[in-house]
Write a protein that binds this ligand. Structure first.
Ligand SMILES: [Zn+2]
Length: 116
């Protein structure tokens, strides 16, 4: 991906996270702000431009100060986890024999039935 240089990009800024859409980018910025991490969105295109969809227009969240990266990373982890985009795995119950199977297995240890 080619990123055009922009006059508003300061040298201390750090490209942090590629959001799926501008809503996600805004939510992440709000979460960062709650931890006193300044961030901004670059790469957003005007929405509603004659219904055009550009696959190249994903908004990028930038950190204003790259020294905030460690905090920002933990905020991002929490943000993604709370949104449910990280798979939360837990034990499952076999539909065939009702044995409890650890999350790491996709077939039942007892009867070999596949996880539903
Ligand atoms: Zn089973």
């Amino acid at each position: 991906m080619i990123v055009a240089k922009s006059k508003c990009v300061k040298s201390s800024m750090l490209k942090f996270y590629e959001a799926r859409d501008s809503l996600e980018a805004r939510q992440l910025i709000d979460a960062l702000a709650a931890h006193r991490v300044e961030a901004t969105v670059l790469g957003e295109y005007l929405s509603g431009a004659a219904g055009e969809l550009s696959a190249l227009s994903f908004p990028w969240v930038w950190l204003i100060n790259n020294a905030d990266l460690p905090v920002a990373q933990s905020v991002l982890d929490g943000f993604l986890a709370s949104r449910g985009s990280l798979p939360t795995k837990g034990p499952w119950v076999c539909p065939s024999c009702e044995a409890q199977v650890d999350a790491g297995f996709d077939i039942c240890w007892q009867c070999g039935a596949a996880r539903k």
